[in-house]
Design a binder for this molecule. Structure first.
Ligand code: E4P
Length: 219
């Protein structure tokens, strides 16, 4: 499974990219607003750090406007994925942009049929928002499973990008359900390797070694 970071903050991204485990980034207008930075400048900065797909979301709601903004984003770097909304205008823009070999991430997906349409429109990524579905009393993970089954039935190459992740178990369950990518907020990314028994076990190993004078000699 690929790990993307779900943030528009270049400094946060640079810090977590040091792990070598960040395969890409997703941003959206709300995340961009939180940084207080110019969106294009932030994207330029992010693309210097992360070589995998970096999603940049259009603000236009009409096809021509989306294509224009998408092409503007695509000039920032080769690894930009243009994020368009799950609307008919968005699908038309998706067809045009993907037809020009640009990566397209279709966002705000809340149903399996929407995901089917996005795949037919040539989307590189489909972003089902599992947390927002859970918030609305539905089951986000069921949506991932449904999309996986449909894409496998027809051999669509569109990658399922689990979005709106709210917890570490969401990452686990998306992986089990067959998502290709999880886009993970920074705080959840950091928590992914925490386990109290790991901390306890490590403390015991270090203490035992110290007590017995175990050393690792230099060569
Ligand atoms: C990522 O591509 C999405 O825009 C993001 O995951 C949405 O998350 P939210 O539901 O927490 O705003």
């Amino acid at each position: 499974m690929k790990f993307f970071l779900d943030t528009a903050d270049p400094r946060e991204i640079a810090k977590l990219a040091e792990t070598g485990l960040v395969d890409g980034v997703t941003t959206n207008p709300s995340l961009a607003a939180k940084t207080g930075l110019d969106y294009v400048e932030a994207l330029q900065e992010i693309c210097k750090t992360v070589k995998g797909p970096v999603s940049a979301e259009v603000l236009a709601t009409d096809t021509d406007g989306m294509i224009k903004e998408g092409k503007r984003f695509a000039k920032i770097a080769k690894n930009i994925a243009i994020k368009v909304p799950m609307t008919w205008d968005g699908m038309k823009a998706c067809r045009v942009l993907s037809g020009e070999n640009l990566m397209v991430n279709v966002t705000l997906c809340f149903s399996a049929v929407q995901a089917l349409v996005a795949a037919k429109a040539g989307a590189t990524f489909i972003s089902p928002f599992i947390g927002r579905l859970d918030d609305a009393g539905q089951d986000g993970l069921t949506l991932i499973r449904e999309i996986r089954a449909i894409y496998d039935n027809f051999d669509y190459q569109t990658q399922i990008l689990a979005a709106s992740i709210r917890s570490v178990p969401h990452v686990r369950d998306s992986a089990i359900a067959g998502a290709d990518v999880a886009t993970i907020p920074s705080d959840i990314f950091q928590k992914m390797i925490s386990h109290p028994l790991t901390d306890k076990g490590l403390a015991a190993f270090i203490a035992d070694a110290k007590k017995a004078g175990v050393r690792i000699r230099d060569e």
